[in-house]
Design a binder for this molecule. Structure first.
Ligand SMILES: [Fe+2]
Length: 381
């Protein structure tokens, strides 16, 4: 095994995974003594040192790296497990950093379904739900209580309610006038909600309170799956939609929201993290006109892909169910329905993706990973 080697700005330390270099400031900041045990907040400020930290000596003692600092009377004991995690991942361990599982039309029969009562009372069920929302971006809660507090009770098990311009809740309701026999509710094109907000709401809840109309099937697709298909089939179109922002809005008498969003959102590694689509809230394009010569065909191609059967899941919203989905990834819409055929009432609200992940992390740290044991999976197959 190689020895610890000290340099001007950092050191290399032999780990089980091989030797790795760590900067001295980073090591000083990673010292567990920097964190207050009570508040769990950082109580050390690296900028308070008169000089940049530098090691006088360093050694491995069991499962910790011991650093004796030249620049201050301080000895740091940093767990090797922390160094190994950062050497391997470049960031801290995160139970909520679960890869997205892209899905297609056949997902319709295989959506995670968890009863509301279980979500509220059983941490394993809550972990199953939140894990599905991170991995699949969508899940259904069944057996919703019908009272007015039913939806907030469910949302608060995942995260605090995020308000929008509409307030804490919104209602999608059509009350039928029996005299309007000719009236037909039109389809709602595939979209993500509220792209005109600086940060569109992260997780959407749609509680179906009543649905007795003919037609009106709910439509969902995995926008990340469509984006990856576009990347494979037309890389230049993908690049245009991932590189440039276009304008969206949300206007009424008392508000005027405007924001620019990338239609395909990627992380620094180039992985698709979400999509933003809404023809009914898209403002007049303000990209340079000659760029639009290539942007529009790419955009239209993506919109048309979102109507393809290979991606779409269709199902009827049943009273007592609540569909929950990642509003930055799952694109939703509705088929037209016969307006005088009954009642349709959905109640919705939002929480954010950070709250969802926070809830999952806490559950995972308590041992509730949300993984369904193989035996149960076989039974339900
Ligand atoms: Fe919507």
């Amino acid at each position: 095994m190689t020895q610890i080697t000290l340099y001007d700005s950092g050191l290399t330390v032999p780990l089980r995974t091989g030797a790795a270099y760590f900067n001295y400031c980073w090591l000083r900041d990673a010292c567990p003594s920097c964190i207050d045990a009570q508040t769990r907040e950082r109580i050390f400020d690296v900028a308070s040192l008169p000089d940049l930290p530098r090691a006088k000596s360093a050694q491995i003692d069991g499962d910790v790296l011991v650093v004796d600092w030249q620049t201050e009377p301080q000895i740091s004991r940093i767990p090797l497990s922390v160094l190994e995690t950062f050497a391997a991942r470049g960031r801290a361990e995160d139970p909520a950093d679960l890869p997205r599982k892209l899905w297609y039309s056949d997902k319709g029969t295989n959506l995670t379904r968890v009863p509301q009562n279980a979500v509220l009372t059983d941490p394993d069920a809550r972990a199953q739900l939140t894990r599905a929302l991170i991995e699949d971006g969508i899940a259904i809660v069944t057996g919703m209580d019908a009272d007015n507090d039913s939806l907030p009770r469910l949302v608060n098990a995942v995260g605090p309610i995020t308000p929008s311009a509409e307030g804490l809740f919104f209602d999608v309701r059509v009350e039928i006038e029996p005299t309007n026999l000719a009236f037909t509710a039109g389809p709602l094109e595939m979209h993500t909600d509220l792209p005109g907000e600086e940060a569109a709401p992260g997780v959407q809840f749609l509680h179906c309170i009543e649905n007795t109309v003919e037609g009106g099937l709910s439509l969902f697709l995995d926008g990340a799956a469509v984006a990856e298909a576009l990347r494979a089939e037309d890389p230049e179109a993908f690049r245009l939609l991932a590189d440039y922002k276009i304008p969206f809005y949300y206007r009424h008498d008392n508000w005027d929201y405007r924001a620019h969003q990338r239609v395909i959102e990627t992380d620094p590694e180039g992985r698709v993290t979400g999509v933003t689509i809404s023809q009914h809230l898209q403002d007049i394009m303000d990209l340079p006109q000659d760029l639009l010569d290539s942007y529009y065909p790419a955009f239209i191609k993506f919109l048309k892909m979102m109507q393809e059967d290979r991606f779409l899941v269709r199902f009827r919203s049943e009273a007592g169910n609540c569909v929950i989905f990642d509003n930055h990834r799952i694109v939703h819409g509705r088929e037209g329905y016969v307006a005088d055929s009954g009642m349709r009432h959905l109640r919705g609200c939002y929480t954010d993706r950070g709250a969802l992940r926070s809830t999952y992390r806490v559950l995972a740290k308590q041992g509730h990973t949300g993984l369904i044991p193989e035996a149960e999976q076989l039974q339900s197959a």
